[in-house]
Design a protein around this ligand. Structure first.
Ligand code: NAD
Length: 536
């Protein structure tokens, strides 16, 4: 039976279009018992799925890609309606990158997870060899946020499946219909039952998934929830990858291409109404370029059209929830109180107020000058369409300002001097640093994604992300199993002498020094053989 055909006796969760306030549908909120049953079924499905070949897994993933391609516009429409983001942006920033990730991981997982021989150094001379192979973990629970509700959980699910795991996705309560759509895509790819399940619900359902003891949790969300998940996971020793918040810095030196930097800043600060973990939330510009860059950013921001996401001429949609917009309003008030200047925006877009039967969730893209790191909103994640600009003088100052944060997800450095770009990048405390580019590397599935400091633990994407979804198994072989090892029991004075040589000669890694201990090794081996025969 497909998960979508099962009956759940639970409270419903209602999904709304944040731009219009229209109800889009209802989904069940899975209870703790439902969740436990889902995990049990997933574990049963794993027993078969783990035996599937890479070719079989690849064919399911490629079928899922076909389903998505056939319904691309409908899926983009659903993402746009449930999040408020423009439909075109749903295609560019969610569907296209995840389709690329799917084909890449489907085609390359086998190569990346192929068993590897390990060089053993001098142990190899003793007739030993080692191989490491990568075994699936079992049931992988995916708990994503609402801001990229399609690409993040789907990408993580595909990587987990290719590594031989089964998957349970608990979508955000703000975007459950997109979550169900992912389940539907896999159902129609003829994936065996329960290899992918989608369980809808809020925080309690997510907590139940962690407590049900899956073999891994891939979490994307806030630091506060990440801490709760880490604590709950510890009870069952469930390993966790945490993809958390950001306060990403963009550093623009005065020799940079200022036109390009301005365009990049506007996109990276305001795409998805600034609700990207890797949005630029702090822009540091060198004094000589500050006026020019700020003026260009303000001008470009003023020309952006805001509205409902299904209009292809709209660049900025609505925010996703009243809770999120109220954080933005708090930060704007705080910036003003602390003496920063709101150059454009700084309020809900009143011309769009009539569009919604509920709250007006359209917040104007907002550029702020005169900000500094001591202002509270420069330290907390805003997750909204705000771009505070800070002026700096020296390279050292720019690095110190960028690193003055509890977060470290991504950062960007803009300069025509490539060696300075690299020098600065290596000193920035962030999981990804781009030079003369910004934000988009989550869309490159081949590259590792994850944060330093409070921005996360572990990685998704790339070979590093794939390695989070397997357990390495080391197989060690003794090809000449005839003689006892010299370090076995019982010990004796001759053993003691040999062990000193092990420490001083063998452990030096030098073949010459090791060869000098051969007489002691032979004496010790003869001793053990005599003891085996019962001789004194
Ligand atoms: P959130 O922490 O409120 O919720 C995230 C998910 O956790 C939701 O599915 C929610 O239902 C679930 N949840 C809530 N309480 C739970 C609990 N006790 N146990 C288990 N699950 C629980 O975050 P959000 O508001 O949905 O997302 C916004 C945050 O996500 C921002 O901080 C943003 O930076 C971050 N984010 C990070 C990345 C990244 O790759 N680093 C990507 C996207 C979003």
């Amino acid at each position: 039976m497909k998960p979508s055909e099962r009956q759940y006796q639970t409270d419903d969760i209602v999904s709304f279009d944040p731009a219009t306030g229209r109800k889009l549908g209802t989904v069940p909120a899975f209870s703790a018992e439902d969740v436990q049953e889902a995990v049990n079924r997933s574990r049963e499905a794993f027993n078969e799925w783990k035996k599937s070949s890479f070719a079989e897994r690849k064919s399911f993933v490629m079928k899922a890609r076909e389903v998505i391609l056939n319904e691309l516009d409908d899926i983009a429409d659903l993402i746009s309606r449930e999040t408020g983001k423009p439909r075109s942006e749903a295609i560019a920033m969610e569907i296209a990158p995840v389709l690329d990730l799917m084909q890449w991981v489907a085609r390359n997982a086998e190569r990346m997870l192929r068993p590897k021989r390990i060089g053993l150094g001098l142990y190899g001379l003793m007739g030993r060899s080692s191989k490491v192979s990568y075994r699936p973990l079992g049931v992988v629970g995916i708990i994503p946020a609402w801001n990229y509700p399609f690409s993040i959980p789907l990408g993580e699910a595909v990587m987990a499946l290719m590594a031989g795991n089964t998957v349970i996705i608990k979508p955000s309560e703000l975007t459950p219909l997109v979550g169900q759509k992912i389940g539907d895509i896999f159902d129609r790819s003829d994936l065996p039952d329960d290899v992918v399940q989608v369980i809808t619900g809020g925080g309690a359902t997510g907590a139940a998934l962690v407590s049900a003891g899956p073999d891994k949790i891939m979490f994307t969300g806030s630091v506060a929830t990440g801490k709760k998940i880490l604590a709950a996971a510890a009870e069952k020793m469930v390993p966790v990858v945490l993809e958390l918040g950001g306060k990403d810095a963009m550093i623009v030196f005065d020799d940079a291409n200022i036109e390009l930097a301005a365009e990049a800043a506007v996109w990276a600060a305001f795409a998805n109404s600034g609700q990207s973990c890797c949005s630029v939330e702090r822009l540091y510009v060198q004094r000589n370029a500050a006026e020019k860059l700020s003026a260009k950013i303000i001008e470009k921001t003023g020309s952006l059209k805001q509205g409902v996401g299904n209009d292809p001429t709209v660049s900025i949609g609505s925010m996703s929830s009243e809770r999120q917009i109220s954080i933005v309003e708090d930060h704007i008030r705080e910036f003003e109180k602390a003496g920063a200047k709101i150059m454009t925006g700084g309020k809900r877009n009143s011309s769009l107020a009539g569009l919604s039967s509920g709250e007006n969730l359209f917040y104007e893209p907002t550029v702020i000058t005169g900000a500094n790191n001591r202002m509270r909103p420069m330290q907390e994640e805003t997750f909204g369409p705000t771009l505070p600009i800070v002026v700096f003088d020296t390279e050292e100052e720019a690095i110190a300002l960028a690193n003055d944060s509890e977060f470290g997800l991504t950062a960007s450095v803009w300069t025509r001097d490539r060696s300075r770009g690299r020098r600065v990048a290596y000193q920035i405390e962030a999981g990804t640093v781009t030079i003369n580019d910004v934000m988009y590397t989550h869309g490159i599935g081949q590259t590792p994604w994850g944060g330093f400091k409070n921005s996360g633990r572990g990685r998704t994407h790339g070979i590093e992300g794939l390695m989070e979804l397997v357990q390495p198994q080391h197989i060690h072989t003794n090809h000449f199993p005839l003689l006892p090892n010299a370090w076995w029991l019982p010990y004796s004075p001759s053993a003691d002498g040999l062990f000193h040589d092990l420490a001083t000669r063998f452990a030096s890694g030098s073949l010459f020094k090791t060869s000098l201990m051969l007489p002691k090794l032979m004496r010790r081996t003869r001793e053990l053989l005599k003891l085996r025969k019962g001789e004194k």
